[in-house]
Design a binder for this molecule. Structure first.
Ligand code: UD1
Length: 430
């Protein structure tokens, strides 16, 4: 199993090109199931999660052609995927595939909408809490689906097709919003989703559906009004930049000190996190397509945050921010309100010398003068990258085991950091 070795202490300086967003690419790839026409997606990141989802989509009958070459880490252009689901040859999404990635559960709505029936295994994904799917199922039931759980599978039927309706989510869920939005695109008449997630990736999917012929009002707001169509057309769409990758590198620079320009990304996708970083003493300068992060010698000031749905501070940056706070000049408090068990990085950060105490959903971090390299274990996607940030700050050598979690969501991580002066390498093997 691959490991990552880091010799900490180098400042970062240079440019990092930001990849297309994993969390937009996944539902956009799934949107290909809605049409027999060709959907072309540009700027698709090359990630383990994308490859796994493609295995699932191929199993349903999606045909894929890829073009677009990568000229190297300085000029990232992503890949272009041409997807055609002329026929859905299999309406079952099997346990062996769905259990490895939660987002694959989102095929449920589109296959049901197009084929009027589907069987999708209950999902797996990162071990960060119970992560139920009740909101997905209630939303699809509101559109007329008849749903049973049989032997670990969601069996959904809508013999006459889905019918638009009002769906009021009692809680904000990114996945449930995607699932119902995708299904509503092929439902009869109007669907109104209230308390929809407002994450930019939802907006990106909605924009793509508009190009495919769906009328959608309220994109970017918590009320989406969707006029379903009998048949969707093909489209060409570019995946928006990855705000979590952007925020991760911004935090890495704030942590190590230095001066890095993140290119091909947008500050409005993560304004709350950037404002928080500025409060810690980092300098942030933006253009419409880049973000420069600078910290030259200034202390890291302690700042407390609470994770919230967009536009709040993202849960997907909580672990990275905690890594930064381990070296702050005082005490900060981080409260996780989205997932109940998203603190598995805490014990690993403590192995590197951090002082963190936990109480329920709240971590209290007392900044220390130095972290010290050690062996640590990656436990989930975002937690693993927080260990990379901590390793970059620590004295001496840090080895991160089980880095396959990183490959699920970060494209060319070591190359991008190395290009900015980090001493980081992947050790392949056993
Ligand atoms: C998505 C993101 C993930 C991010 C999360 C929150 C992708 C591929 N993944 O995950 O990176 O951390 O949003 O921003 O885009 N919930 C229920 N019932 C449901 C569905 C969710 O109670 O039916 C709960 C969850 O347990 C969690 C909360 O709602 O506590 C938010 O989860 P949700 O927004 O659905 O997260 P995901 O879509 O799984």
């Amino acid at each position: 199993m691959d490991r990552i070795k880091i010799i900490g202490g180098s400042r970062l300086s240079g440019q990092i090109p930001i990849s297309g967003a994993k969390n937009a690419a996944l539902p956009l790839l799934i949107a290909s199931l809605l049409t027999d026409d060709r959907l072309t997606l540009k700027n698709v990141p090359n990630l383990a999660d994308v490859n796994l989802l493609m295995r699932i989509l191929r199993n349903h009958g999606v045909d894929l052609a890829v073009d677009g070459k990568r000229p190297g880490p300085k000029q990232h252009i992503g890949e272009t995927f041409h997807l055609t689901a002329r026929d859905i040859v299999d309406t079952t999404a099997p346990y062996e595939l769905v259990s490895r990635m939660r987002a694959s559960f989102w095929v449920l709505g589109p296959i049901l909408a197009r084929m009027h029936q589907t069987r999708v295994s209950l999902p797996g994904g990162c071990a960060i809490g119970t992560r139920p799917v009740d909101l997905h199922l209630e939303g699809l039931k509101a559109l007329g689906a008849d749903i049973e759980i049989e032997n670990g599978y969601v069996v959904a039927k809508a013999p006459g097709g889905l019918v638009g309706n009002k769906v009021v989510f009692p809680k904000v869920s990114v996945g449930a919003t995607h699932n119902v939005l995708l299904a509503a695109a092929l439902a009869k008449g109007e669907t109104v989703i209230e308390n929809a997630a407002r994450e930019p990736e939802i907006g990106d999917v909605a924009e793509c559906l508009v190009k495919m012929g769906v009328e959608i009002e309220g994109i970017g707001s918590s009320t989406l009004r969707i006029q379903g169509r009998d048949r969707l057309e093909g489209a060409v769409h570019t995946v928006l930049p990855d705000r979590i990758e952007t925020g991760t590198f911004a935090m890495a620079v704030a942590a190590t000190g230095g001066d890095v320009t993140l290119t091909g990304t947008r500050a409005d996708l993560l304004q709350n996190a950037l404002d928080t970083l500025a409060k810690t003493g980092a300098e942030i300068t933006t253009t419409p397509s880049s973000i420069k992060v600078t910290r030259n010698g200034a202390d890291i000031l302690p700042v407390s945050v609470e994770t919230q749905p967009f536009p709040g501070f993202p849960t997907d940056l909580q672990a990275q921010f905690m890594a930064l706070m381990t070296r702050a000049t005082g005490t900060s408090v981080i409260r996780e309100t989205i997932f109940e068990n998203r603190f598995m990085h805490v014990q690993e950060l403590v192995r590197l010398g951090a002082e963190i105490s936990m109480h329920g959903d709240t971590a209290t971090i007392s900044g220390v003068g130095a972290l010290h390299g050690a062996q640590v274990m990656a436990t989930d996607l975002r937690a693993s990258v927080s260990l990379v940030i901590a390793g970059l700050m620590a004295d001496g050598e840090t080895t991160i085991n089980r880095v396959y979690h990183l490959d699920r969501g970060f494209e060319q991580l070591e190359q991008k950091l190395t290009a900015c002066g980090a001493k980081i390498e992947r050790v392949t093997g056993d």
